[in-house]
Every structure is written in C-alpha cells, then in structure tokens.
Ligand binder design. Structure first.
Ligand SMILES: *Cc1c(COP(=O)(O)O)cnc(C)c1O
Length: 467
C-alpha cells in the first residue's frame, strides 16, 4: 500500500499539466461561474453521493427526488407545459443519443433518417452511427450560419423521423430558426429536437431572443447541459420531452436474464448519483436569480470581446455567449491559438468545414468577464505574432503524402511514417505548437481528419503499469 499523503501528492502532480478548470482563461471544455461557494458545494455533493447508484431509484429515493427537482427546474426555464417529462443524463451527447433513439423507436420506418443542419453537433452523427439513423445533412445559410428551413423541408421524406435545430450552435453561436423548423415537424408529424445543450441555461435569461423553447409549437424535445452553463461539475445534462408519451421509447427494459429486471431511463445502467447531486446542489444554491446574473455577465463579456477584438472578427454576431473568431487578413488562426496557449489562454481552433473558414472558438463564462481587457490584449499580441509569422508554410511533400493517404487503410505504421516526416517522431505527446498540425488537418477531408486523429488517439492511449 501507498500512504494517503503520497497518493494525494501524486494526484496533485498529475493535475499540474492539465488546463486550469477555474480562473476564466480556459475558453472551452470548462465553465467557471467564478463563485467559490457554488464550486465548493458542487464538489461536496459530488463526493458525498459518488458511491450512490442511480440504477434503482427505489433503493436511492434521494436521487429520484433530486432528478425530479432538476427536471422541474428545467421545465420551468424552457416553457414546458403540464404533462412534460424529462430525464437527467450524463451529458449532452447522452441526451442527444436518447432523443434520436426515442424518435427512431417510436416510428415504424424501416430505414429511418434525420434531417440535420450542417452545424448540428457531432453528437447527432454519433447517434446516427450507433443507432442506424441516416443523417441527411443540409447546408446552412452561408451568411448567417443559421439552418435553412426551406432546404430542410425539401430534405424531408417518408423516412424522416427527426428534425434538428440548435439554440445556439456550438461552432458559430447562433440560434437556428426554430419556429420554422418546428413548423415543418408539426406539418409532417415528425419529431423536432432543439439542441440547447450549451445555451439552454443561458438564453432564458437574455432579452430579445427569438423563440426556441416548448413555447414554439412542434418542438418535441430539448437537451440542456448542467455541466456547461449550469456551472455544475461534469456528468450532468437533461433531456426534456413535450409530454410523457414522447418519452416512452427512450426507456429500456429487459427481464430476459436471471438477475434483476433491468429498467433503464438512460444508456448507463449503474450510474453514480454524484453528478446529479452536485447539479442539484449548485442549482438549488444559485436559483433562477443566480443564473440570471451569471448569464447576463457572460453575455456582456461576449459582446465586449466581439466589439473590442482587433485583427480578428466574429464570423457572425453572437446570439448567446459563444464566439467564432476568424482572421481579418492573411495570417493563420492556428498560430494565434498557439500564442494564446503560451500566454495561458485556451482558445481552440476550429478547422475549415464545408466552405467555411478556420476559426477560434470562445465559450465565455462569468469568470472571464473581469478578464476581458486582458483577453483582448492577449488576442492582439497573439495576432501581431501570427501576422509577423505569416500563414503556416506546409512542406509540399508532406501535403502530397497526406493527400494521397487512404483513410480506411491508415494503420499505426503509416501514421508513424507521417509523424516522422512532420518531424514529430515519438508521437505519444502533443507538441507545444500545434499550428503546423492544424494547418495540415485543415487541408484534409473529414474522413482523413478522423483517421489521422484516431491513429493519434490509439498512440496516446496505451497503459502504463500502476505501482
Ligand atoms: C457540448 C454540446 C453537446 C455535447 O455535449 P457533451 O456534454 O460534450 O456530451 C451537444 N450539443 C451542443 C450544442 C453542445 O454545445
């Protein structure tokens, strides 16, 4: 055995290389309210309930009670009518997987499809892959980056079981025309899911937002994450349905084995009550008023960054608290991302897609608001360096090799060869500067990006012996 102190010291050492979860300089992956009491409460509840099991709500009535409370809170925020139903899940992806599964299983269509704006979250593609629902991807408006309802209507056929809109989209931060999309669903008797995973806990507190909740006729389900702008520790999201009947096909039961009858509301069976309890504690502490303050603060920070940024510009005016920033002239945002990292900021790049430009993603949180001047200064300095460096110069030989790769045949050996060519032999660690790799990936097709990054992931995930 090791001593408690030694294990704790090793845990601290392990975390030293992580991006900070708090402090407002990590503008993706983590969401910081800047409120120490809310954080402490969430961590306390997480630890207290970490060993409870949501598999059986009759054995842990505390979890059932907290789940019903959180679903009621969300229903209130999202204009649910009486008779609505919801489930707490482990995250946005699980909420979306379940919305797609529920739509598929409620329909008799043999080869079901769903109509997605090109800006729909990757989780819908995962759901398509897992559940055999064909994704019919429709281009968005090239200026507003919002879904094009006419094009979506034209893409609907007898196999369509689900239409999707985002409020807002992750990559561009704009709200799709939900009323128009929902009208198509209502006309054709097709379910309509609104992905409010990132905006659902912010938009209800902002003025002048176009309607997108259950107040819109035809919206049948909404996903909203607590582990984003609910400012809870990771592992909590909510999937709401307009009524309990729509939720029936989400659940799963089997009595076909000799153990307990398995009754699951979600994909996980045994599941920790920790994240649910943490979300309940944080939401109970903050309440609507606390969230309203935090939402307004994050929104103002987003507007201030959009208005004050130089050398970069918002791809589109933000509807919420997310920004996609693009270069205003001839330099690479990939270099800006590296320069920001060197200055202690995580501002990840988004690769060009379907004709759109490369951009930087910023999810603004309340904790970043006091740092906006510093953020703008770091962006300006980073742009100056990127301008001086000019666009990333890719070795034409390397580009040719990558362009000739067959994504389906990319094995470990081929991947090592590419790393060696790129001067990255060793390959189990990310280099400090990613601009060259991002520029190379930016040239590649989606299939090749997937294959290259999966090969990298296989390289990363190899066991070390635990001592
Ligand atoms: C984050 C996000 C998701 C996926 O959620 P995870 O919690 O990462 O699984 C889905 N849709 C949108 C719009 C998101 O921002």
């Amino acid at each position: 055995m090791n001593s408690v102190d030694e294990v704790l010291a090793r845990l601290r050492a392990l975390r030293a290389n992580d991006v900070p979860t708090h402090g407002g300089r990590t503008l993706s992956y983590v969401y910081d309210s800047g409120l120490a009491d809310a954080d402490a409460l969430g961590r306390h509840a997480l630890a207290d309930f970490g060993g409870t099991n949501g598999l059986d709500p009759t054995a842990f009535p505390s979890l059932l009670a907290m789940e019903n409370d959180l679903v009621a809170f969300a229903g209130d925020l999202l204009d649910a009518e009486s008779g609505f139903a919801g489930t707490v899940t482990s995250g946005g992806t699980e909420s979306i997987l379940l919305a797609v599964k529920a739509a598929r299983d409620a329909s008799a269509v043999v080869s079901p499809a769903m109509v997605l704006p090109a800006t729909a979250h990757a989780a819908f593609h995962k759901a398509a892959h897992y559940f055999g629902v064909r994704p019919v991807v429709v281009d968005v408006d090239p200026v507003t980056f919002r879904a094009d309802p006419d094009a979506m209507r034209a893409a609907v056929d007898d196999s369509t079981v689900l239409l999707v809109g985002s409020a807002p989209s992750y990559a561009h931060g704009v709200i799709d025309p939900i009323a128009a999309i929902a009208a198509i669903g209502a006309d054709r008797g097709i379910r309509v899911h609104v992905d409010a995973c990132i905006g659902g806990w912010v938009l209800p507190f902002l003025p002048d937002v176009a309607p997108w909740t259950f107040a819109v006729p035809g919206v049948t389900s909404i996903s909203v994450d607590l582990h984003k702008y609910g400012y809870s520790p990771k592992g909590v999201s909510i999937l709401l349905h307009r009524n309990a009947e729509l939720r029936r096909s989400q659940f799963f039961a089997t009595a076909d084995w000799p153990g307990y009858t398995m009754l699951n509301t979600t994909i996980q069976s045994t599941k920790s009550g920790g994240p649910l309890a943490a979300a309940w504690a944080v939401a109970t502490f903050l309440g609507r008023e606390g969230y309203a303050d935090l939402a307004r603060t994050a929104r103002q920070a987003s507007l201030d960054v959009a208005a004050g940024v130089t050398g970069l510009r918002p791809l589109v005016a933000p509807d919420s608290t997310l920004l996609a920033l693009v270069a205003s002239d001839d330099f690479d945002v990939y270099t800006v991302a590296d320069e920001m990292a060197a200055r202690g900021w995580l501002v990840p790049p988004q690769l060009p897609y379907r004709g759109g430009p490369a951009s930087l993603h910023l999810s603004l949180c309340a904790a970043t608001a006091p740092l906006v001047p510093e953020l703008l200064g770091a962006l300006a300095d980073s742009v100056a360096v990127a301008r001086a460096a000019g666009p990333v110069a890719l070795d034409p030989g390397l580009v040719a090799v990558v362009a000739a790769l067959d994504p389906s045949g990319l094995d470990a050996a081929a991947f090592d060869g590419i790393l060696a060519m790129a001067g990255l032999a060793g390959g189990a660690q990310l280099p400090e500067r990613m601009a060259m790799i991002n520029a190379l990936l930016g040239e590649a097709s989606s299939q090749l990006r997937e294959a290259l990054l999966l090969a990298f992931l296989h390289r990363l995930t190899r066991p070390e012996r635990l001592s």
